[in-house]
Design a protein around this ligand. Structure first.
Ligand code: ADP
Length: 400
């Protein structure tokens, strides 16, 4: 069975085509600058030559049509006919309180996704456009929506409510939702499989540390708390996002710097975090390279590491202990320095890592803790697209 996974943004989209027999990716690619005369389509068939096309692509439907043309192209294609695609899985950022699992798309689901536009105004409209474009191009194929927030719907009320007037929750659904759920779920399942233990017996702290970053407490397979909030701004310090700050700073800065709401929003989301503190950049590699000589880079690294460590401590408290600590995503999978800095201060939890294994590069799941460590510390490469493909398969099968 072939499943097409689509991650649709406002002016770009990324895709992967899976053969679910062995879960292999048979083609992947992206379309950038949708809406422009010089849009760029990059198609990468796994066993054939990559191809790049610069052409006018004015909307998402045309983008999808062109992608499907490449999928069946005699030279660059990987399937004979688009009818081989049996289902399409869509990444949808925000599922609000409506979706606690992935779901087959119908009119009601689309209306409910529209109902969450307020909560994710940059992402959800684009995600819905992607769904409707596929409906136009492949009218008889089931679409499945997989939400970044769904995994966190198991959080108890004392974790997801903000201490604000209750009316705001009732009127506007202001609460913690959490993100990166597809990734946290995937790496926790992988970890349990690797350790050969049932997920239901484990207390896991999962650290998804990429450009965006979040930590999740997963007790018995269920998310019970997570660091991102109503939006992805809360929690950890990130590449360009501030993470937690005193909310009173916002009116203070608006007043002192004469900033508008849009400007302060942009400051918190795009000019803060590693970039804002270091003045060098948002990429952890640049921070690490400059740490020895540049004190702002060193401060940025120390703050970044300290925040993650504080959340790990908080979630150990939330679960009354921790059995497994997971590092995943761009920084979590690659930065041995960050993993070392964090775990060096977790000896009170019984964490002990093997420096040699921690320093070894690998694309495989691996244990970096010593046999004596009371907590299993794992590096688990995430794969959100595969998780979306698996969920799509599960939902399509169960709806037959
Ligand atoms: P996202 O999906 O949120 O855009 P990723 O999970 O792909 O982000 O992570 C991207 C980040 O990973 C980069 O910004 C970079 O800081 C970090 N990264 C990648 N490779 C390394 C490395 N070798 N050492 C440290 N950080 C790295």
């Amino acid at each position: 069975m072939k499943i097409f996974v689509l991650n649709c943004g406002s002016s770009s989209l990324k895709y992967q085509l899976f053969d679910m027999q062995d879960e292999s990716v048979i083609a992947s690619g992206k379309v950038e600058r949708i809406g422009m005369e010089d849009a760029i389509l990059t198609h990468e068939p796994t066993d054939k030559e990559e191809v790049k096309l610069v052409t006018e692509i004015l909307d998402h439907t045309t983008a999808i049509e062109k992608v499907f043309d490449f999928l069946v192209d005699p030279k660059h294609g990987v399937i004979k006919n688009v009818t081989e695609i049996e289902a399409v899985g869509h990444r949808v950022v925000h599922g609000g309180e409506v979706f606690s699992d992935s779901v087959k798309v119908d009119g009601q689901v689309k209306a409910a996704i529209k109902g969450t536009f307020d909560l994710a105004p940059l992402h959800n409209p684009a995600n819905l456009v992607g769904i409707e474009a596929v409906e136009t191009v492949l009218p008889n194929v089931p679409n499945v929506a997989v939400f970044d927030t769904a995994f966190h719907q198991t959080m108890p009320q004392n974790a997801f409510m903000y201490a604000l007037p209750r009316i705001l929750y009732k009127k506007h659904k202001i609460r913690r939702y959490g993100f990166h759920g597809t990734s946290h779920k995937y790496v926790c399942m992988k970890a349990a499989e690797f350790l050969n233990k049932p997920l239901e017996q484990l207390k896991i702290v999962s650290c998804h540390i990429g450009n965006g970053a979040s930590v999740t407490a997963v007790n018995k397979g269920q998310s019970i708390d997570t660091s991102m909030g109503m939006t992805p701004l809360e929690g950890l310090m990130m590449g360009t996002r501030s993470g937690d700050i005193d909310p009173a700073i916002i009116p203070f800065v608006m007043d002192k710097e004469d900033l508008t709401l849009n400007e302060v929003n942009s400051m918190l989301n795009k000019h803060s975090g590693l970039l804002g503190v270091s003045g060098i950049g948002s990429d952890m590699r640049d921070i690490e390279e400059n740490m020895e000589t540049n004190e702002n880079a060193k401060l940025a690294f120390d703050m970044y590491e300290y925040r993650i460590r504080k959340y790990i401590g908080a979630y150990a408290a939330a679960m009354d202990g921790i059995d497994v600590l997971i590092f995943t995503a761009g920084v979590g999978e690659n930065s041995n320095l960050l993993r070392k800095a964090i775990t060096d201060h977790l000896s009170y939890l019984g964490v002990e890592i093997d420096d040699e294994i921690n320093n070894t590069r690998s694309k495989q799941i691996r244990r970096i803790s010593t046999p004596e460590s009371k907590v299993e510390v794992l590096v688990v490469p995430t794969n959100e697209e595969l998780m979306i493909a698996r969920d799509t398969l599960r939902i399509v099968k169960s709806s037959k």
